[in-house]
Each structure stands twice: as structure tokens, then as C-alpha cells.
Design a protein around this ligand. Structure first.
Ligand SMILES: [Mg+2]
Length: 374
């Protein structure tokens, strides 16, 4: 017998990061994880959790405030009465976008999987792995600062690092990359993320100077809509180009593919509108022989856990660490996802739904705003 959504509740929570996170000049410094949690209850009494992780107007086109405003204006009114399985199978949700769509999509998967007594990944495809290594990001800063972080985390089992760039003069960044690569312990690998911070000329300088280096990828060197510029970088240099801000929806994945603008596609459950659109993007990318980086916003354990379920069914992940470290960078979480991580590896647990516990006392502790359907 089918089941439908009977009630929903929304909680905005704001939790400080362990350390402030300096990004490119486009985004500045982030100090908190500021997210909107969605709890749904089904007609069969199952609970499902989703999480919206707005990345700001310049990243995902939404903010925590704008998401709460849209909910108060009725954006979730149609959720009540939605039939779970039909909603997933219809494929209509594959083309939704925005972090609130992602929250709905993940909550529906969680509730349906719990009702069926299966893990969420079974709703997505065939599991090809049980665990995925983590990457660790460094703030936009100097090589000395990067190497201090890398030394600390290499001792904890982390082998992949993402250097945040796009803030400092390009000549300094070029030197920084060389100095970091010269100083890292054996087995450590590096990727760069410029977060749209460079002009074409700056990107050309960095790519030319780094073309012989064993970098895993360089993410979003140019503005999100500059697919032509990204294609030129791929034509002129050997370094793999990754898209993050350019990749918002399955339609944008199609544009990036048609423009030959990337080698690697940075999938984020919340940015990409949930599990179904992310799954669709992963398949489109795989069909063209391209790879996926499982990436994240500054998100809590619900989105991280959903991302791990999806990452475990993708066959075309880049061979490196992926972004399952978000909860380790936040001073607290409303879930127990961090306990799934050991020595720099996240391991899928075999429990129905997402399989994590959500702690309502923690939600109360960090509550910034709330809204209920009745
Ligand atoms: Mg990025």
C-alpha cells in the first residue's frame, strides 16, 4: 500500500565551525554551518530527514534567510499528501533545483527506505563500494599554513587535500602550489579550488606554470558561466578541470558536457537539488567517460550521509579522497555521522534509511528559527 506525507516541520540551525574558513574573494570567510532541516512524517508513521545547505546568492542562489522566507510564503505547501514512491519514480523531481528541493528529496528517500527496511542506496542503484576516503581542505593562505594542516591531517590518515585559492595575487598562488607539492609527505595528493576567483589571464598563468605538476584537478578556475574559458584551459593545458559552481542542475551538466568544459564534475547533494538530480548528473557524466568528485557545502550529517549513499553507487568517482569531512569541521552536529568516519575514511553503515540518528536536543540547542505545517 502506498504512503504519503502527513506532516512536516522545518528547523533552521546555526553551528559554529571549529576554525573560520577563508575562501576566494568571491565568498570571503565562513564562520558557521547555517542550514535548514526538514522532518517529514508519513501516513505509515515513518520519519524522514532532509537538509538544505544554501551556499549564498553567488553560489547556489539562495541563503538561509531566503529559504525560510520561501517556506513561509508557501513553497512547501504542496508537500503534504505527496506519495513517496510515486514522487521518486515520476522523475519530475530530477529537474528541481536549489537546496530546499534537495531537503525534500533526501527526506522522501530516507522515509521511504525506512518504511521498506532498506538502506537509501538501494533506492539509487547497485552499491559498488562500502567506504570512501576523505579529502581535507585548507583555507586560502600560504604554503606554510597549508603544510602545517597537511602534516596534522596526514598523521590522522588523510591523503588528499584541497587547497582553496582565488584570493591572493596569482604569482603568490603559483609559488604556493610548488612549495606545497615540494613539502608534502609521500602519498599525499593535492587538488586546487579557485571558487571562480581568477580571470582568464590569471588562470592561464597558473595552468602554464603548473602544467607539469601531478595535481588531481583544478576546480572552478573561472566564473561559473564562462564555459568557453574553461574549454580553452582544457585545450591548452594537461591539468584536469573540475566544475562546481558551473554545475547546478542536470541541464547545466548538459551544457558543460556540450561545451567540453570539464574533465571532472563536482556533485553536491544540496547544490544539485537532491539525490535524484545528482544521480542523473552522475549518469550523464559517466556516459561521456567523465569522472565525479563527491563534494560538499559546509553541511551537517544528513546531507553528508545522503552523499555517502550516492557515492557508494557511482562507478565513476575520481580516484582520490572525497568531501565527507564537513561534520569534522563543525564544532557539533545534529547527527552521529562523524562516528561513521575513521582514519580518514567514511564507511556506510547497514541500517534502514540514511541510517543515522538525528538528535532533537541538539536541534533545540542550535535553533535559529522554525516553521511547522500546522
Ligand atoms: Mg568548489
Amino acid at each position: 500500500m502506498s504512503s504519503y506525507i502527513k506532516a512536516w516541520d522545518v528547523y533552521r540551525v546555526r553551528i559554529p565551525l571549529v576554525k573560520p574558513y577563508h575562501l576566494s574573494k568571491v565568498y570571503g570567510t565562513i564562520t558557521h554551518s547555517d542550514v535548514i532541516l526538514l522532518k517529514i512524517e508519513t501516513s505509515k508513521g515513518a520519519i524522514g530527514w532532509g537538509e538544505a545547505d544554501p551556499g549564498g546568492m553567488k553560489f547556489t542562489g539562495d541563503t538561509p534567510e531566503s529559504v525560510m522566507e520561501s517556506i513561509r510564503a508557501g513553497s512547501l505547501d504542496s508537500l503534504k499528501g505527496v506519495e513517496l514512491e510515486g514522487w521518486i519514480l515520476s522523475g519530475k523531481n530530477q529537474d528541481r533545483e536549489g537546496s530546499l528541493s534537495a531537503a525534500c528529496d533526501v527526506a522522501i528517500h530516507d522515509a521511504l527506505a525506512r518504511q521498506k527496511g532498506i538502506p537509501v542506496w538501494e533506492l539509487l542503484g547497485q552499491k559498488v563500494r562500502d567506504e570512501i576516503d576523505l579529502l581535507w581542505p585548507t583555507s586560502s593562505g600560504t604554503a606554510e599554513e597549508d603544510l602545517a594542516v597537511i602534516e596534522e591531517y596526514a598523521a590522522k590518515g588523510f591523503n588528499t587535500y584541497m587547497l582553496k585559492m582565488g584570493d591572493r595575487p596569482i604569482a603568490d598562488e603559483i609559488t604556493r602550489v610548488r612549495d606545497v607539492l615540494a613539502g608534502v609527505p609521500d602519498g599525499v595528493r593535492i587538488m586546487l579550488d579557485a571558487n571562480q576567483g581568477w580571470t582568464q589571464d590569471e588562470a592561464n598563468q597558473l595552468f602554464a606554470a603548473s602544467n607539469d605538476l601531478p595535481l588531481i584537478l583544478i576546480e572552478q578556475p573561472l566564473a561559473a558561466d564562462d564555459l568557453e574559458g574553461l574549454r580553452k584551459l582544457r585545450e591548452n593545458y594537461q591539468l584536469p578541470v573540475s566544475v562546481d559552481e558551473s554545475l547546478q542542475t542536470p541541464d547545466s551538466a548538459k551544457s558543460v558536457l556540450e561545451n567540453d568544459a570539464a574533465d571532472i564534475f563536482s556533485v553536491k547533494i544540496s547544490k544539485n537539488g537532491g539525490l535524484q538530480p545528482s544521480l542523473k548528473i552522475g549518469k550523464m557524466v559517466a556516459d561521456k567517460g567523465k569522472k565525479v568528485l563527491m563534494n560538499s557545502m559546509i553541511e551537517l550529517g544528513i546531507t553528508q550521509c545522503a552523499s555517502l549513499h550516492l557515492g557508494c553507487v557511482f562507478k565513476n568517482l575520481v580516484n582520490c579522497g572525497h568531501a565527507y569531512m564537513s561534520t569534522l569541521r563543525i564544532s557539533d552536529d545534529v547527527t552521529n555521522f562523524s562516528s561513521w568516519i575513521e582514519r580518514g575514511t567514511a564507511r556506510l553503515q547497514d541500517a534502514p534509511g540514511l541510517g543515522i540518528n538525528v538528535d532533537s536536543a541538539k536541534i533545540r540547542k542550535y535553533l535559529e528559527d522554525e516553521y511547522h505545517d500546522n
